[in-house]
Design a protein around this ligand. Structure first.
Ligand code: FPP
Length: 253
């Protein structure tokens, strides 16, 4: 019997998604299953971040965006927020040499100014150190919320209209995109969410208009390079039509 499995097929470098975004979910449940504190789940999740960033670079992905801390996550217990900030700071310090070695440019999307000052300082050092790297972009979504991002864009555009720098007739989809945190970036081709939840949770609502979405049941700390490759293969089998008809069914020649 013919199997539908993509396991034996190689990954086609020609049709890799350029921009992969990941909603890393399930750290808390991973820890709970092991009767551990939620922070242990975030610690293990940080190891997964390391391995998936390395894998993405090795596979030739152009841009990877990781939803690491949302605007809503500030409402978590103080100790959990503190632990997440500490893990982020440790990660950004310990990995910066590796990023340089592997030509990875780090970028932040979100309210960087809301991060603790010591974290901001280390983030800035990493941004400066990696700014000329050109093999892959690692976007960390920190204190990121898509509705806040859109509201912020609308505010900036309104101010430009007030000051006559812009006219309301200038408002186009491109203009709005140019005022988002992601202004210079292509939209994500593929959004992966781990831990089996079927929602976007205020992540890239504007940018996800035509993203392919893949939800897997694996909890983020258990997510592996092999599973990542299988998801990329699944993406490569999809027919992205962007609201049009497939090339193979079009009669226009
Ligand atoms: C969601 O799991 C995960 C987060 C809110 C934080 C993600 C953070 C990391 C993976 C580690 C730190 C990040 C970096 C970039 C070093 P959850 O806690 O909501 O899990 P649950 O739904 O099972 O409770």
């Amino acid at each position: 019997m013919k199997s539908n499995s993509t396991q034996d097929l190689p990954l086609d470098p020609e049709t890799l998604p350029f921009h992969v975004a990941i909603i890393m979910d399930g750290n808390g449940r991973w820890a709970k299953k092991r009767l551990m504190n939620r922070v242990k789940g975030h610690e293990q999740g940080t190891q997964t971040v390391r391995s998936i960033v390395t894998a993405a670079r090795e596979l030739g992905i152009g841009m990877i965006t990781l939803y690491a801390f949302s605007t809503e996550n500030w409402a978590r217990p103080k100790l959990e927020v503190k632990a997440l900030m500490m893990l982020l700071k440790k990660f950004i310090i310990s990995e910066r040499e590796e990023f340089s070695k592997n030509q990875i440019r780090v970028n932040i999307i979100g309210q960087k100014h809301r991060l603790p000052l010591d974290v901001q300082k280390e983030v800035d050092i990493t941004l400066a150190l990696t700014k000329n790297n050109d093999k892959m972009v690692l976007n960390l979504a920190l204190s990121y919320g898509s509705r806040e991002e859109i509201a912020n864009a609308v505010k900036q555009i309104a101010q430009k209209i007030e000051s006559k720098e812009l006219d309301s007739k200038d408002i186009t989809q491109d203009l709005i995109s140019d005022h988002l945190y992601t202004k210079t970036m292509p939209d994500p081709d593929l959004i992966i969410r781990t831990s089996g939840e079927y929602r976007l949770s205020n992540f890239m609502l504007w940018q996800a208009a035509y993203s392919e979405i893949y939800i897997c049941d694996t909890l983020w700390p258990d997510f592996s390079k092999d599973e990542f490759i299988e998801i990329l293969k699944n993406y490569q089998k999809r027919d992205r039509r962007f609201g049009k008809v497939s090339c193979s069914t079009s009669n226009d020649g």
